[in-house]
Design a protein around this ligand. Structure first.
Ligand code: FAD
Ligand code: UDP
Length: 368
């Protein structure tokens, strides 16, 4: 059976590996000249710093099987994302925790006092919050919303938080203690040698043939019995019904000596600053030593043709187009649509790997 896998990111690499271990050969192609998709990491030739080329990636999961799957192929170093946020000339702790609250309001509240204090400010409603703005007002009240969320979200999404779903904010925790870990998950870390090394280990198997700088073409598919597609869902169909909307990112790189900002991620929620955050990449590998440092200013904008699609927008217009593309996808014989682009969803790496494992196993069970 001849299998073609489009995309050498986590989706494609995990599926290829699972099939290979079951004795099934596959060809993996990627339009880019490197593996690992958007999780690609590479060493800066000038400074030696490990760079996350498409934005910073921290592995965090509660899925014990996925954690041991990646841990069997790479050494994971413990990493805790402790994000800071510069607002009105002061630096605060993110996600919002007791330190943020006490610093912002000039108080010395204890956990239960802070909870009551925020509850008194929160905007109450009989209906569950539907929009991002309603969710934020319900969770933190207007002062913290205006300072930390409103401007950042307008820049990130190019839309009013009134028009965005509450689910976007629900990704962030809020705590009434001094825990400033950005994630709640049980397992968190970053591979010591970067994500590209991990994906290379997955693809390193005699039953996997890898071709980089190779965009998909229909004649390639005609020579295979089954296609796993981790490219854009609308792209597979030649965008014939229109384009699914994405936000893209521009990274403005600069270098410095020593330590530029003292942390990995500094957010800038203010509407007066055009970027959303600055990431300093050597802080994602605190086990390494470098004299120089590399930072990226991150700007978000609407993705046009030819831009890298990063964040699916998934508002009403996109949802109805998505439903139409999903109907086309269901009718397509011999193709499985996978991953963040193939299913037009924001997927963290652990969910991507979980879904790829499940897809491969279901395929193998059918083939048996
Ligand atoms: P991708 O990595 O996008 O791989 C798809 C591949 O398909 C690409 O290499 C592409 O070149 C190739 N391709 C597309 N079309 C074609 C074609 N026509 N022909 C050939 N090849 C094609 N997740 C976390 O868990 N933690 C984080 O901290 C985190 N940070 C993130 C930060 C940002 C800015 C973003 C946008 C995402 C972040 N993620 C994070 C999510 C993570 O990037 C995804 O989970 C992961 O990339 C999904 O893997 P994938 O293989 O599905 O897709
Ligand atoms: N967000 C914000 N201020 C911040 C950080 C996040 O308003 O300082 C909002 C923003 O809308 C973002 C969402 O919360 O899209 C989810 O944040 P997360 O850090 O998970 O964003 P991602 O990892 O998707 O970039």
């Amino acid at each position: 059976m001849a299998i073609l896998i489009v995309g050498a990111g986590f989706s494609g690499a995990v599926i290829a590996r699972e099939l290979a271990e079951a004795g099934i050969s596959s060809t993996v192609i990627d339009a880019r000249d490197h593996i690992a998709g958007n999780c690609h990491t590479e060493r800066c030739p000038q400074t030696g710093v490990m760079l996350h080329r498409y934005g910073p990636h921290i592995f965090h999961t509660d899925d014990a099987e996925v954690w041991s799957y990646v841990g069997a192929r790479a050494t994971f170093m413990p990493f805790r994302n402790q994000v800071k946020s510069t607002v009105g000339g002061q630096v605060f702790s993110m996600p919002i925790n007791l330190h943020t609250i006490n610093q912002f309001f000039g108080t010395t509240l204890r956990p239960a006092e802070a909870q009551a204090f925020i509850a008194a400010r929160a905007v109450k409603s009989d209906q569950p919050p539907a929009s991002f703005e309603e969710q934020a007002l319900h969770m933190v009240g207007p002062d913290l919303y205006e300072a930390f969320f409103k401007g950042y979200t307008e820049k990130q999404w190019g839309r009013s938080p009134r028009d965005l779903p509450a689910s976007i904010l629900k990704r962030l925790p809020m705590r009434f203690n001094y825990d400033d870990n950005y994630f709640n998950h049980r397992f968190q870390g970053i591979p010591a040698e970067g994500y590209t090394h991990l994906v290379a280990r997955l693809l390193d198997h005699p039953k996997i043939a890898l071709h980089l700088s190779t965009p998909y073409s229909a004649d390639l598919a005609a020579r295979h019995d089954h296609l796993f597609w981790s490219g854009p869902l609308d792209g597979y169909f030649g965008y014939r019904l229109g384009r699914l909307g994405y936000r893209t990112l521009d990274f403005e790189r600069f270098t410095d000596t020593g330590d530029h900002q003292g942390c990995a991620v500094m957010n800038y929620p203010g509407a007066d600053v055009p970027f959303t955050r600055i990431t300093e990449h050597k802080h994602f590998a605190p086990w390494e030593q470098h004299d120089q440092t590399v930072c990226y200013r991150e700007y978000a904008r609407e993705a046009g043709e030819g831009d890298i699609p990063y964040y699916p927008i998934r508002l009403a217009a996109e949802q109805s187009l998505l439903t139409e593309y999903e109907a086309l996808a269901r009718a397509e014989q011999g193709v499985t649509f996978v991953g963040r682009l193939g299913t037009y969803r924001y997927l963290d790496m652990d969910v991507t790997i979980r879904e790829a494992l499940d897809v491969a196993r279901a395929f193998l069970a059918r083939a048996a």
